[in-house]
Structures are given as structure tokens and as C-alpha cells.
Design a protein around this ligand. Structure first.
Ligand SMILES: [Zn+2]
Ligand SMILES: [Zn+2]
Length: 161
């Protein structure tokens, strides 16, 4: 047992004290590979609260907050946003030490959103020339219009038959 790890708690101590709380800023290098690149974790904060059940297991109710460096799903520009996630865990009485690292890791994985935008108004990249349309204006024809026109012709041909 790693006695000094801030992630490891003694079941006996939690039971003896009738509960335990811990809030700390863990070393993020431990979790650096939890998120898929290019996502990066910054300023991780953990708050843990253990409740011993009268006879049964020990219940952990925790919250995790972190800043994530992500890329806008539309334009690819880097952005930093803060996220918070609560988690619960139940530890059976058979475990001597409670190690929360895996729970923290699992929570970090769900913390990062599938899609994130630098702004709701993000114009994204031009599908033709690839410029960031938030920064530059290009004179490319929007391909959407062309595909609609093609669809229109297709429909006309179909109804003509
Ligand atoms: Zn964007
Ligand atoms: Zn363009």
C-alpha cells in the first residue's frame, strides 16, 4: 500500500471516524493520458466525501473539476473550458484500502464533451479552400447550394418519368 498517496484511503479509518472528506488538487501527470489528444487537462480539483454505511459498504460521493484544453469541432482553433462532473462509488467491506485513482480516471474520460465550439457563432472552415471563416472571408461558392440544385434536378427527372 502506498501510504502517502492522496488517492488511497483506509476503510478502517473512514469507519472509525464515521466519515471522511478530502479536497485537493492532484498531480495531473498521473492522468495525462486519460483523454484522447489533443485534449489536455489543466487545474484538476477533486472533492471526495466518504460515508460509512451502518453495516454495509462505504459510499463515496465525489466531484471533479478541471480545465480542458480542447479544439473547436468546427474550426479547429484551441480553446480552454472548465468542466465539472460528479461521481459516486460503492466500496464493499472486503476492501482494506480504497484507491480512487481509477474512478478519477473514468470520470475524466466522460468529462470531455464529444463536441465543443469556440463560440456558438463559429463559422468553421470553408469546405472548399479550408480558410477559417471566423478570421478570413473567402469567395468560394457554398457547395450546399450546388448539391441542393443537383437534388432539385434529380427530383424533376424522377417526377418526369
Ligand atoms: Zn470554432
Ligand atoms: Zn473558401
Amino acid at each position: 500500500m502506498e501510504e502517502n498517496s492522496p488517492f488511497i484511503f483506509s476503510r478502517a479509518e473512514i469507519r472509525q471516524k464515521g466519515g471522511l472528506t478530502s479536497a485537493f488538487k492532484p498531480d495531473i501527470t498521473l492522468f495525462a493520458d486519460s483523454l484522447e489528444k489533443p485534449a489536455k487537462i489543466q487545474n484538476l480539483e477533486l472533492a471526495l466525501e466518504f460515508f460509512p454505511d451502518e453495516k454495509g459498504p462505504i459510499i463515496l460521493s465525489g466531484s471533479l473539476e478541471a480545465e480542458l484544453r480542447l479544439e473547436c469541432s468546427r474550426c479547429g482553433e484551441p480553446l480552454t473550458a472548465r468542466f465539472k462532473e460528479n461521481f459516486d462509488e460503492v466500496y464493499e467491506d472486503t476492501v482494506e484500502c480504497i484507491d480512487v485513482r481509477e474512478t478519477v480516471r473514468e470520470t475524466l474520460v466522460v468529462l470531455a464533451p464529444m463536441k465543443v465550439l469556440c463560440s456558438d457563432a463559429c463559422k468553421g472552415l470553408c469546405p472548399v479552400c479550408g480558410v477559417n471563416r471566423n478570421i478570413k472571408i473567402c469567395s468560394c461558392q457554398p457547395p450546399k447550394r450546388n448539391s441542393f440544385a443537383a437534388l432539385d434536378n434529380f427530383n424533376k427527372e424522377n417526377t418526369a418519368r
